[in-house]
Design a binder for this molecule. Sequence first.
Ligand code: SF4
Ligand code: SF4
Length: 319
Amino acid sequence: MDPRIDVSVEELIKDIQINVVDIEDFNERVVGAYNDGTAEKGLAADDQLARSIIPAATGALRDFSYIAPDIPEFIAENCVGCMDCVTECPDTAILGKVAEPATLDERLTGIPDEETRANIGAQWAITNKYHTVLEKKGQGGGKFGIFIDPTKCKGCAECVDACGDHNALKMIPKNDKNMAWYKTAFQFYRSMPETPKKFINEKALADMMLAERSLLYVGGAGSCMGCGEATALRMMLAATGFVYGKENIGIVAATGCNTVYTSTYPYNPYQVAWTNSLFENAPAVAMGVRARWNVQGWQSTRTLAGRRPPAPSRGRTPR
Ligand code: SF4
Ligand code: SF4
């Protein structure tokens, strides 16, 4: 007899979730070995490796600083706060935030180095969208900042194209000094409170990207520079996450490019549950997952099943 026969289903599920993989050990030992290049010869094929399970969001630990010679530079005075750069980036490498001016000033005061304080302060723009319009309504305007994560940026310049005639982004060559600056500035971005609700129009996808619950694709995936599919995946997750929350989403992927670049062991860009099955099997797998979740009472959890688009006919130009 199962000695745990009296344990509730909820307790058993919790137990399974804890024991599937030791996340702390995985992130330190397994991801650490891949990051420093010792994995192939130094890692034992234990139960953490042999099942190829990857914890959520390990892509956040991947550093792509070395793969491109250039990185975007933000020119705050030209920015209109459209967020097109943030929505277009395939790698979650450029993010925006709106701050209450008083909060921003208080945080900036805490930066001891004068030059760093001035440079980080200059990353925040006064835009019509987030400042002037709200000021006119008497609601108090915010300052809008754009920050680039140098460890995730692949230098594709999609954000610069998206910015277009606003000319608020341009590519510049990387060097040791500016890469250190990008890291400091991005840490400051992370240390700032989440964009207050009053600045987020819940019906606008661009504004959804200001909410942390939308950022369910952390980057660090092995996709090519400028991959359009990665942008689409980010957007699908952002909108779904914004509405339903990350605990209520699971992805069943059909084999294709995205299954390779989002599960290049041990890096996983998803903060949500994800699985992959053979080409045409995804709908059937998704139905099985759906049925199981329903049995568990998880009716509100969304199952996102993808399939490859049909191949174009021979001899015709793909549309
Ligand atoms: S250059 Fe490419 S990867 Fe880097 S922030 Fe811009 S869109 Fe993202
Ligand atoms: S696309 Fe350009 S103008 Fe729009 S938010 Fe980004 S930097 Fe600002």
